[in-house]
Design a protein around this ligand. Structure first.
Ligand SMILES: CCCCCC/C=C\CC(=O)SCCNC(=O)CCNC(=O)[C@H](O)C(C)(C)COP(=O)(O)OP(=O)(O)OC[C@H]1O[C@@H](n2cnc3c(N)ncnc32)[C@H](O)[C@@H]1OP(=O)(O)O
Length: 280
């Protein structure tokens, strides 16, 4: 039912050409010919960590869907156990200054595009979804998750601070009190805990079930005129989007200052080592 050909994702934006990246395709878009609903699949093995190229390709895919007036979008992962491991730590560890700057600006752009898209958006969370993975999920309008995985903004546990727009997105999703608890603890919720706290909306038994539930959620909007729908959504979301739009440069400078701090670099180094040691 989902054809892979209706929408072409441009894999090489000017940014990527500038950095001489390969033309690997980290995002697949397939559109259901009947319903007009798109499935956007992240496919950067092994854990869909968000590097510059994946971020740029996601942003391009979402903007293309906007231009093509898609009826709804389901964001999911090609992995069987990870939705997204969040930001690619390698982008922040001993970074090239021009690339890390572009990385952060692209992430800001992706968030503003996803959070403010006019079409209904659903995250089919078919694996772990920490940090930046949680941000992507929360930026959608509805979340369906498979059992036995974890989701949350765990930044404080890594000794870093989630940016204000990550915090705003969580506050808007689960409310002030629960967001405060979750953010200060760097809490990773199990699927069951996430459902209880309202971080996700439904639990699905399989990826297919999650997609079916997502289709059903999006189907509810078939009888709602699109313009009032979008305006209502943006009445709730545009304040935070505008705040970031106006403070993009300040937010970038704050990120660059933190990322270039030797203490942050040491912390990232230790965290990378700990990730590798988990295997040993
Ligand atoms: C510095 C300024 C900060 C500004 C604010 C930043 C805001 C947001 C920050 C983030 O998003 S930071 C990223 C936070 N992410 C995490 O803490 C998740 C870390 N990963 C995991 O917990 C696990 O990998 C997993 C997602 C639960 C999956 O576990 P699994 O057992 O399936 O896979 P692994 O063996 O652990 O990993 C495979 C492979 O991938 C590497 N890797 C994992 N996560 C990342 C990552 N986020 N970035 C880069 N690389 C990652 C991991 O080291 C393994 O590598 P190899 O050993 O195979 O080389």
């Amino acid at each position: 039912m989902y054809s892979r050909t209706m929408l072409k994702v441009r894999t090489l934006s000017n940014n990527l050409k500038m950095y001489g990246s390969t033309s690997s395709n980290f995002v697949n878009v397939s559109v259901n010919d009947k319903s007009g609903v798109a499935i956007v699949t992240m496919q950067r093995e092994p854990v869909n960590s968000l590097n510059l190229e994946l971020i740029t390709q996601l942003k391009t895919a979402l903007s293309d869907l906007e231009r093509n007036k898609c009826r709804g979008m389901i964001l999911t992962s090609a992995s069987k156990s990870v939705f997204s491991a969040g930001l690619d730590i390698m982008e922040m560890y001993k970074p090239n200054q021009e690339r890390v700057r572009n990385f952060w600006l692209s992430l800001q752009d992706l968030w503003m595009t996803l959070y403010g898209c006019s079409y209904p958006s659903v995250a089919a969370i078919n694996g772990h979804s920490p940090a930046g993975g949680c941000l992507l999920s929360m930026s959608c309008e509805y979340r369906i998750m498979l059992p036995n995985f974890t989701i949350g903004l765990n930044e404080t546990k890594l000794g870093i601070i989630a940016p204000s727009w990550f915090v705003a997105t969580m506050k808007n999703t689960i409310g002030f009190r629960k967001a405060e608890m979750a953010l200060t603890l760097g809490f990773l919720f199990t699927t069951e805990e996430a459902l209880k706290v309202g971080l996700i909306d439904e639990v699905a038994s399989s990826k297919e079930d999650a997609i079916a539930k997502a289709d059903k959620f999006i189907g509810q909007f078939a009888k709602i005129p699109p313009q009032p729908r979008t305006i209502s959504k943006l009445m709730l979301r545009s304040k935070d989007i505008e705040t970031l739009r106006k403070t993009k440069e300040q937010d970038l400078q704050a990120f660059l200052q933190v990322v270039n701090d030797p203490k942050t670099q040491k912390g990232l180094e230790l965290y990378l080592e700990s990730l590798k040691q988990r295997k040993a």
